[in-house]
Design a protein around this ligand. Structure first.
Ligand SMILES: C[S@@+](CC[C@H](N)C(=O)[O-])C[C@H]1O[C@@H](n2cnc3c(N)ncnc32)[C@H](O)[C@@H]1O
Length: 266
């Protein structure tokens, strides 16, 4: 059986706008505060800790602030709690946090008390080169955005854009839920296309490609297309991604989480 579905970012945008906007209204905020000891809060702790330690180690008070691009921030940047907890680190970093869902960015801007350290912007991850100048960033944090790029060409172009956006020696940190043999779905409005790693959701009678859930091999292959050096890439078998927002408990079949660090070698 073949499935007809649209998955360009521009087609998905109004769909996300509607469903994420509704979720915001119900109080849903995507991720828990940094450094909290719960399974969702653990996501990206390794990358944030690594960025934090590198900045902290640099004692040169004249060093320019590290320029960070956080892609897919949703309504709150991962850096907000870091800056609240460690205010002294704020002047050493400047974060540009982007999301293309307008209500998310509006919410983030309205609640941002760290104006000079974090700038929220409405921007499409598939159009970064048109938006930002070359070598603008020292670090890119993919804040669980890659799952939303279900169109293969857009996904490939997105990872290729990293090289042009990064300064020499700049780094990318990324996490991605990876499927395994048992990955399936428990919801009857979800359907998983195993070969392509695409999770479809039935919406108003039509299948919509809502998530890319690759195997670990597919994930690594994509990262290599960036042209950056893959310094770390591992599958954390005890980390899980719960894709069903209506469920809190973690099931064995939920995707495991892979994490990677890439560098734009000088
Ligand atoms: C899975 S959520 C992650 C939110 C948050 N960073 C976290 O980790 O909990 C993915 C985010 O990416 C955003 N997004 C999806 N496609 C995008 C695109 N093409 N450009 C920019 N943001 C996008 C969504 O609006 C959403 O806020």
């Amino acid at each position: 059986m073949s499935y007809e579905f649209k998955n360009d970012a521009s087609v998905l945008r109004p769909i996300y706008e509607k469903s994420f906007g509704k979720m915001l209204d119900t109080g849903f905020r995507f991720h828990s505060p940094l450094f909290e000891n719960d399974p969702n809060g653990a996501h990206h702790q390794w990358s944030l800790n690594s960025i934090f330690q590198k900045v902290k180690k640099n004692e040169d008070i004249n060093a320019p602030a590290k320029k960070i691009l956080e892609v897919g921030s949703g309504p709150i940047s991962f850096f907000e709690s870091m800056f609240q907890q460690f205010p002294e680190i704020r002047k050493k970093m400047h974060v540009t946090a982007i999301d293309y869902v307008a209500p998310m960015i509006k919410f983030a801007q309205d609640h941002n008390n760290l104006d000079d350290s974090i700038q929220y912007m409405e921007a499409d991850a598939t159009k970064l080169i048109e938006r930002f100048s070359p070598s603008k960033f020292d670090t890119i944090l993919d804040a669980h955005l890659i799952h939303c790029l279900t169109n293969e060409t857009e996904r490939q172009n997105y990872v290729k854009s990293w090289k042009s956006l990064l300064s020499d020696g700049g780094e990318v940190y990324i996490e991605c839920g990876c499927s395994h043999a048992r990955f399936d779905t428990t919801r009857d409005d979800y359907f998983f296309l195993k070969d392509d790693g695409i999770l479809l959701q039935q919406m108003s009678g039509h299948p919509v490609a809502v998530r890319w859930v690759p195997t670990f091999v597919q994930f690594q292959k994509l990262l290599l297309e960036s042209g950056l050096s893959l310094l770390e890439c591992e599958l954390k078998k005890d980390w899980r991604l719960v894709l069903d927002h209506k469920r809190d408990d973690i099931l064995d079949m939920d995707p495991m989480v892979a994490r990677a660090r890439l560098e734009n070698k000088k």
